[in-house]
Design a protein around this ligand. Sequence first.
Ligand code: TXE
Length: 480
Amino acid sequence: MDIIANFIDGQYQAPCQQQYIDNIEPATGQVYGQIPDSGDDDVELAVAAARKALPAWQLMPLEQRADYLIAIAQEIERRIDELATAETIDNGKPISLAREVDIPRAASNFKFFAHACSQFASESHAMAGNAINYTLRQPVGIVGCISPWNLPLYLFTWKIAPALAAGNCVIAKPSEVTPKTAALLGEICQKVGLPNGVLNILHGTGAMVGQAICQHEEVKAISFTGGTSTGAAIAQLLAPKFKKLSLELGGKNPALIFADCDFDSTLEQVFRASFANQGQICLCASRLYIERPIYEKFKQALIAKAQALQVSDPLLETSKMGALVSKAHLQKVLSYIAAAKSEGGVVLTGGEQIQLSGRCQQGYFLQATLIENLANSARCNQEEIFGPVITLQPFDNDQEALTLANDSQYGLAATVWTNHLARAHQLAENLNTGIVWINCWLLRDLRTPFGGMNHSGLGREGGVEAMRFFTESKNVCVKY
Ligand code: TXE
C-alpha cells in the first residue's frame, strides 16, 4: 500500500487527525495507496512554515531564487521515468503521453519562470515639475495553489513555479484523485535544498483542506484550476475576503473546419485535439463544425480513426488511449452519451464502456465516441463532458460557423482550420475565447496569456500575467 504524507516545512508529515483517503488506480479500479485527508490543523502547520520562510525567501537575490527553480527542473528531468510511471498509474493516461508531455512540461514550467523572475521588469513614469513615479511589484506573501487531476504535475507546477519565482511561499494542493507526483515533488525540493517552508504540499479533499487553504486569513491569493462549478464556489467564498483569485476553469471548445483546409494534416491534428488524454484536457476540441462540402468525407475519416484507436493498459509503451480518471468520471461521461441519444443524437462510433482483460479488467475504459445530429442547444454541445466524446455539425458559411462556435457559456479555446488568411484573422478577432489556434492545437509559448472568459475562468496565467498575479503593484511618487 502506497501511503502518501503531507510535505510541510521541508519534512513529510502524517495528517494531524491521522485520517486517510483511498487512492485508486484507474486502469485497474483497485486501491493502491492512501493519501492524507488533511484539514484545518494541517493548513495551520503549513501556514506557520510559510510564514517563517517568507522573509528570507522574498528578500533572496533573484539569481539565487532562480537557481533553486532550475535545480528543481533538472531533478524532475532526472527522475522523468519514475514520475511518468507514477502519473500514469494515478491518472490512467498513456505512459508515452506522461513521459513526452506531462513531465517535461513540469520541468519547463520551473525553467521558464526561473528565467522570468530575472526578466520581470517594472515601470516608471516621469512627470513635469520634478516628480517621478516608479512601480514596485512585490510578492503577495503566502499563496494557495490548487490543481486538478487531468494534467497533475503539469498544472500543479504551472502555478507553483511563478508563485515561487515572484518571491511568495506556497501552500499547494493537488487533486485527491492524482496525488502521487505532487508528493514526489517534495522529495525533489528536499534534494535541491529548497529552504524549508517555501513550498508546502497538502493532500486531501476540496471540501476539507482545499476550502481551508482558501479561507485562511494569511493566504493572500488563490490560483485554482478545475471545474467551473467549483470555481464559482471558491469565488463566492473569497469575494468578501478580497483575496487575489485566478480561476482556470472548464471549456467546450469549437473547431471550425473549412473545406479549404489541408485535409490530412487537419484530420490528424483535430483527432489529437479531440482525444488526447482521453479528452480530459480543458483545451480539447469537443465541438467540431465542418463546412458542408467536406462534412461526409471528414466524418468518415474521423470514424475510421476512432475505430482504429486501440484502448489499452496505459502502462503499455504502445498505449494511445488509456483509462478515464475515476469510476465517477466514467459514469459522468456515459451519462452524457445517454443524454445525447435522448436528444436525438446519433452515435456514429463508440459510446460504450470497454472491459479489458488481465490486470485492467476492472478499469475505467471508454471507446472514442463521435455523435452527430444534435442541436447546438443540446447538453452535449453546451456542457463540458471532459471525456473522449465529440459532436459533429455541418455549416455553410463563415457567419454561421462563428455563430455556432460562440453559442456557448464557455470561452476558453477555439481552433480554426483554413488556408484563407483574411477569414482566419477575422474569425480570431470575433471568436469569444481566450485562445485561438489557427491550423494548430496546443502549440504553446509560455510567455503568452493563458486562460478563458465567461464560464472558462477569471484572469490569465503564463508569462508576465502570472508574475503580475503573484505580486502586488505599488506606485511610489517622488517629488524632487
Ligand atoms: O474538479 P474540481 P474535478 C472540469 C471537468 C471535470 C470537472 C470536475 O469538467 O469533470 O471539472 O473535475 C479542489 N475549495 N475540469 O473534480 O472538483 C479539488 O480537490 C477548494 C476542468 O477534478 O474542480 C481539486 O484539487 N478546492 C479542469 C481541484 O479543486 C476545491 C481540469 C479541482 O477539483 C474545492 C479538471 C473547494 N470548495 C476538471 N472543491 C481544467 N480547466 O482543466 C474542489 N477543490
